[in-house]
Ligand binder design. Structure first.
Ligand code: NDP
Length: 253
């Protein structure tokens, strides 16, 4: 278990900067960046379920088979993880107002499944197998734990409310794109991604978790380039796109 944990963690850490470099030049072909080519595909909803589910299944299995699955701090972090991934893999895909023809390329599905499985494994293993000395009962009152949980909750709120704003841009039956307004859209084009990054920063902090940090770095490598591509897409498609908006970090990027 220890060898598998360290190997997988190193792989994620090595792949994060490579992923960032590739995605800055080649955007993942789904959503606004969907385009032909890229091989066979499945429907967009099925794609979401398939590529997110390993994070839920592998994490839960790794966590519950660890010796510390019933300790308080790991249990709280486990509950946050499971709540997020039940929503993301089993609820979110069915709330989408997808366009006809929206798809998920099988190549992306396989890559995302691999990453989510690896990520579920390292995070479950850290919390339930390896982090024990840190997680005595007093950890629940420590500043990193409290600040991390607060950051996670704030990030989840930003992520969900921004996704809800995007969802409401399409009335039932509509298929196009509009400019989103309100909330953090005032400052950035992709506040849903910003919320996601804050969430995982909070998770890593609350668990002082190397696996959580690796996840945060990889998610940054994935979502920052995507936010830059989406921001560029808005500016190319809407003449009246608000000029003060940035891609993902207010006033910066
Ligand atoms: P997007 O913002 O690209 O799209 C979200 C939904 O809103 C899609 O259904 C999209 O439709 C629709 N939409 C987006 N913009 C508009 C618009 N201007 N007008 C009308 N409809 C719009 O997000 P993603 O699909 O990339 O991600 C969805 C969620 O998953 C986010 O919360 C994100 O944080 C999370 N995520 C997490 C990752 C991680 O590594 N942890 C990786 C990727 C996503 P359409 O599909 O037709 O474009």
């Amino acid at each position: 278990m220890e060898f598998a944990y360290h190997t997988t963690l190193c792989a994620v850490l090595v792949l994060a900067p490579l992923t960032f470099a590739v995605l800055m030049f080649v955007s993942a072909p789904y959503g606004k960046q969907q385009r032909s080519g890229w091989g066979p595909a499945v429907g967009a909803r099925l794609g979401w379920v398939l590529w997110e589910l390993p994070a839920l299944v592998v994490f839960t299995w790794t966590f519950v088979t660890g010796p510390h699955a019933l300790d308080p701090a790991p249990m709280i972090l486990c509950a946050l993880w499971i709540a997020h991934y039940v929503y993301r893999s089993l609820v979110y895909p069915f709330t989408l107002r997808t366009r006809p023809g929206a798809d998920s390329k099988l190549l992306l599905v396989v890559l995302a499944m691999s990453f989510n499985g690896a990520n579920g494994f390292t995070n479950g293993a850290w919390l339930s197998h390896f982090a024990t000395p840190i997680y005595q009962l007093r950890w629940l009152y420590s500043p990193p734990f409290i600040a991390g949980i607060a950051l996670f909750v704030a990030g989840a709120w930003i992520n969900h409310s921004s996704d809800a704003t995007l969802r409401k841009l399409r009335k039932p039956g509509e298929t196009g794109y509009r400019i989103p307004y309100g909330g953090l859209f005032r400052w950035v084009s992709c506040p849903n991604y910003l919320g996601e990054l804050l969430q995982w920063a909070g998770f890593a902090l609350a668990g002082v978790s190397p696996a959580g940090l690796a996840f945060l770095l990889f998610t940054t490598a994935n979502l920052v380039p995507r936010a830059i591509h989406n921001h560029r897409w808005y500016r190319e498609h809407f003449d009246n796109y608000p000029s003060q908006r940035r891609a993902i970090i207010p006033g910066v990027i």
